[in-house]
Design a protein around this ligand. Structure first.
Ligand code: ADP
Length: 255
């Protein structure tokens, strides 16, 4: 059996006295595409931050690629796109290509000079996200949706084995959104990149992901969409119609 990309064991997290995560345990395997969903304030961002060692749970253990989080050093294997994006100042003196290059530089050990292969990888990431034609534009001059694409390219450029994206599609227009999902799907299916996508959009994620992690401080469901489809607990929670709209495992209509 392959080594889990992420293993979380009995995570508990508190902000002061408020319990935000309670006994969260799950495993993400290589090649998984996990939709992490839950209501606003359900602890999704806190869970991601705990997995990445940015937030410290009061109890529990996280392993990344088979290594305890405290011993893990191969951060170049992980691309992370956080939720809060501050719009760039219109005068921010970096072009689209330079911002994407930063994703590559941060992955390199010293000396941090980019070679020809790096430059080609940067151009491929620009192409993949459909932003080659604006590569010399200053980042601050772009719309929110375009800036989002640039930051996604930056998260992907170093060829990570795991990409974690926190609500990345909220700012995207419908066309860019479709393109974005297609890009992720391509990385997942054809380059075997493991993906965790945090999203509000429970109705859509079953079209793309193979697993659902549904939390509200604790885990309400974790498993494949086939398991979700057959779960009596989920029928009780959502009703049959909504359950089968979410699972996207039927050709007949459930509306
Ligand atoms: P989600 O990503 O699902 O919206 P979060 O993990 O951001 O949820 O937040 C979970 C809970 O923790 C919410 O009630 C939120 O208000 C609270 N919270 C988040 N960040 C902080 C913080 N820095 N200090 C105190 N409470 C916080």
């Amino acid at each position: 059996m392959s080594i889990a990309v992420i293993e979380a064991e009995h995570l508990f997290f508190k902000y002061n006295a408020m319990e935000v995560l309670a006994d969260i345990s799950f495993q993400v395997l290589p090649g998984d595409y996990v939709g992490l969903v839950g209501p606003n304030g359900s602890g999704k961002t806190t869970l991601i931050r705990s997995i990445l060692g940015i937030a410290s749970p009061v109890k529990g253990r996280v392993s990344l690629f088979g290594k305890d989080l405290f011993d893990f050093q191969d951060w170049y294997k992980i691309g992370y796109l956080p939720q809060k994006l501050n719009s760039f100042n219109p005068n921010f003196p970096a072009t689209v290509r330079e911002v994407v290059s930063l994703g590559m530089v941060s992955r390199k050990r010293f000396p941090k000079r980019l070679d020809k292969a790096d430059e080609r990888a940067i151009d491929r990431a620009l192409e993949r996200l459909g932003i080659s034609d604006i590569k010399h534009t200053l980042i601050g001059e772009l719309s929110g949706g375009q800036q989002q694409r640039v930051l996604i390219a930056r998260a992907m450029v170093g060829g990570p084995e795991l990409i974690i994206l926190d609500e990345p599609s909220a700012a995207l227009d419908p066309e860019t959104r479709e393109h974005f999902f297609a890009t992720l799907q391509d990385l997942n299916r054809n380059s075997c990149v493991t993906i965790i996508l945090v999203t509000h959009d429970m109705g859509t994620i079953g079209r793309y992901a193979n697993k659902l992690l549904y939390i509200d401080r604790k885990i309400l469901f974790f498993g494949s969409f086939d398991e979700f489809c057959q779960s009596e607990n989920m029928t009780a929670l959502f009703g049959g119609a909504a359950q089968h709209l979410i699972c996207h495992r039927h050709t007949e209509r459930f509306a």
